[in-house]
Design a protein around this ligand. Structure first.
Ligand SMILES: Cc1ncc(COP(=O)(O)O)c(C=O)c1O
Length: 367
């Protein structure tokens, strides 16, 4: 069966050329006489894979040399817990910007560890925008400011990191990592589940500044009994992400996806490609009132484009007809409704053009 145009929000489309090559490594890898999933994570062959993955991530994102890059498990959701656990001593404060679901989940876990709270929330505005620097004030006592770079569900994205008033910045980059250049050095912690732009689910990239790592070691000393081993940044940094068995298959695929990104010209090339795709779709959304984009113009995401139609019946028909036409996974998340097209790195401009052509045809019939 031919591959359809895949607009899934995650796990999401992977580059077809990468997927086509994966089968070989399943059967036999690196002269080991066994597949990549069947060899020890302590073997030299796997060592080259994980080191290659981390090196590529460092190169692609321009990670400063003194930062640590970890490949962990537990998804971005584990980071909602792990960030405050490692950065806050008992009772300490951390500030959060709530741009919807993911930010809300993150602050909930911070509130379990200390005085984690939102200093801004877009809830009253149906999460249609990200805040500007005049919208919030970081508390003096806050140890860090946390934001969600791209909200996968509502389709909003920061054009630049929020102003943290000099506090360490923590970012959930799950749905826009490697989609364009980012100033890693301006962040204390960056984390991202792999299953949108980096590879399959089950791997989480975590990037830690020297401050964050030192802080984790300090907090481990301040918490009664220390930190649980599997949630301890310091321990995972000391063990080069291999305190326990990592997701070897996931890391292998991630390494291959990053090789593809590098071949395409890196994150600068991705930024151009993603801007072109987003522009093609937003131009169509702005062409007629039949489409009702969810995000306000200056908060629009290049990764997840969300919009409504005049009725829920038309939305259901749109999704069903699109699906039949080979345009898959366009149903919006239940908290927004309507339509969501996810345009991650691996989604081609041809897929977006096919979607726009379908939309124009649909509107001419149903509008
Ligand atoms: C921005 C963002 N943060 C966090 C998560 C949660 O990720 P995970 O399911 O890997 O825990 C998601 C999932 O889609 C997400 O889009």
């Amino acid at each position: 069966m031919a591959r359809a145009h895949n607009f899934s929000a995650g796990p999401a489309a992977l580059p077809t050329t990468v997927v086509a090559e994966l089968g070989d490594a399943l059967l036999e890898f690196g002269g080991m006489g066994a597949g990549i999933m069947e060899i020890s994570h302590r073997s030299a062959a796997f060592d080259a894979v994980i080191n290659g993955a981390i090196d590529r991530l460092r190169r692609l994102l321009g990670v400063p040399d003194d930062y640590a890059v970890l490949l962990l498990q537990g998804g971005a959701s584990q980071q909602f817990t792990q960030v405050p656990l490692n950065l806050l001593a008992p009772g300490q404060a951390a500030d959060y910007l709530d741009t919807g679901t993911w930010g809300s989940k993150a602050v909930k876990e911070a509130a379990r560890q200390g005085d984690g709270r939102n200093v801004w929330s877009g809830k009253e505005e149906a999460y249609r925008r990200v805040p500007g620097s005049d919208d919030f004030a970081v508390r003096d006592e806050a140890v860090y400011l946390h934001y969600t770079s791209n909200n996968t569900i509502y389709g909003t994205q920061y054009a630049a990191p929020p102003d943290s008033a000099g506090k360490p910045l923590v970012a959930d980059l799950s749905s826009d990592i490697a989609s364009g250049p980012i100033d890693v050095g301006a962040h204390a912690v960056i984390y991202a589940g792999a299953q949108k732009n980096l590879g399959p689910s089950g791997v989480t990239a975590v990037i830690l500044s020297p401050w964050a790592l030192a802080r984790s070691r300090e907090v481990a000393g301040l918490r009664p009994g220390g930190l649980p081993s599997v949630l301890d940044y310091g321990l995972y940094a000391d063990k080069a992400s291999m305190f326990n068995t990592p997701n070897t298959w996931g890391i292998y695929v991630l390494e291959r996806v990053l090789a593809w990104v590098e071949e395409q010209g890196g994150v600068t090339a991705m930024a151009t490609r993603n801007a072109d795709k987003a522009q093609a779709l937003y131009t169509e959304l702005d062409r007629t009132d039949f489409w009702r984009p969810h995000a306000v113009a200056d908060s629009r995401s290049q990764m997840n484009v969300t919009w409504r139609l005049p009725s829920t019946e038309l939305e259901a028909r749109f999704v069903a007809e699109a699906d039949a036409a080979g345009l898959r996974a366009l149903k919006g998340h239940r908290s927004v409704g309507g339509i969501r097209a996810s345009l991650y790195n691996a989604v081609s401009i041809e897929s977006v053009e096919a979607l726009v052509a379908f939309m124009q045809d649909f509107e001419s019939r149903a509008g």
